[in-house]
Design a protein around this ligand. Structure first.
Ligand SMILES: [Fe+2]
Ligand SMILES: [Fe+2]
Length: 328
């Protein structure tokens, strides 16, 4: 027997039940941006002044960059350190959905923005200092960090914390009954990110719990140093985006609340005093995972369902012939 045999992935011998449960959850909640009727938001969009339209366009520019990073580098980096072949399959699913997320902002742009505005948004996201800082720091860990656990920390901080400075804007509008279809896309993305952060945090904890006390302490020191560095940068990014509309303080509260959630995913204690009760209730209302079916043609939204599947019968091929009762 050679040691170079290539192993087929066997889903009838799953060693970690979380892999299978996560695969099922993610495939059940599969969605595509093209199913959401964003053009229904055009009337709302026209009621926003230039400053608020600028904000919406640029938070989505920032989110596009982060989802691009996840789809191109983030999951590929994690895939090198898997514990099971089923984890590879789950990460493949996540990677594809990150591409859907990144693309969905372009669906929003093409509906709400002019070509000139779209070009400017991408020039901004490809060069803005504080946005580029977070993308570069995390990408550097994905490519140059040899400790698999540090890569997972970077991934969870991105998934569960850094996206939220951008998510705040569409959730705020959703809470105010504006841009409901745009917000529906964001809620679908959020629902995915929630599973991604939990799953990758769980895989982190498996490795973390195997470490000795000194190694755990050293990793925790690194983790909190990195979070402070990211938060310091995130404060500057938030001022840049939100000072002009006066929302900066409440966005920062929301970021700290989500930073605590990222730490929770990693099995660590909260760092900030902010809790759910401190977050603007309009935004918390938007974030709640209730289902929405906003358009009876598209059957999309958080209530999106896959078609019911049944086995094929011989009579299915009798197209145009008189219907015969199916034998069950
Ligand atoms: Fe994403
Ligand atoms: Fe994600």
């Amino acid at each position: 027997m050679t040691t170079n045999n290539y192993a087929a992935v066997n889903w009838n011998a799953v060693s970690d039940a979380i892999d299978k449960a996560t695969w099922e959850k993610l495939t059940e909640q599969f969605w595509l941006d093209t199913r959401i009727p964003v053009s229904n938001d055009l009337d709302d969009w026209r009621t926003l002044d230039d400053t608020h339209q600028w904000l919406v366009g640029h938070v989505f520019g920032g989110l596009t960059l982060l989802d691009t990073l996840q789809s191109q580098d983030g999951l590929a980096a994690l895939r090198k350190d898997v514990r099971t072949p089923h984890e590879t399959a789950v990460l493949n699913n996540i990677q594809f959905m990150e591409s859907v997320h990144a693309k969905s902002y372009s669906t929003i742009f093409s509906t709400l923005n002019t070509d000139t505005e779209i070009t400017e948004i991408f020039q901004w996201s490809d060069s803005e200092e504080f946005l580029q800082n977070k993308a570069r720091w995390i990408n550097d860990i994905y490519h140059n960090e040899t400790d698999p656990l540090k890569k997972k920390i970077a991934n969870v901080f991105l998934e569960t914390c850094l996206f939220y400075s951008g998510f705040y804007t569409p959730l705020y509008y959703l809470g105010n009954n504006k841009l409901a279809n745009v917000a529906e896309i964001i809620k679908l993305i959020l629902r995915d990110e929630s599973v991604h952060g939990t799953y990758i945090g769980y895989k982190f904890q498996l490795g973390f719990n195997q470490l000795g006390q000194n190694e755990q302490q050293a990793l925790q020191d690194w983790l909190f140093d990195f979070l402070y560095k990211l938060y310091d940068n995130e404060e500057k990014y938030t001022h840049l985006l939100y000072d002009q509309v006066g929302w900066t303080d409440e966005v920062l509260t929301f970021i700290r609340y989500n930073a605590n959630k990222a730490l929770m995913n990693l099995g660590q204690n909260a760092l900030f005093p902010d809790t759910e009760a401190d977050v603007n209730p309009i935004v918390m209302n938007g974030i709640s995972t209730s289902t929405a079916n906003h358009d009876f043609f598209s059957q999309v939204g958080n209530g999106y369902r896959l078609g019911e599947v049944e086995a094929m019968h011989d009579s299915d091929y009798s197209i145009g012939a008189p219907k015969e009762p199916k034998v069950k």
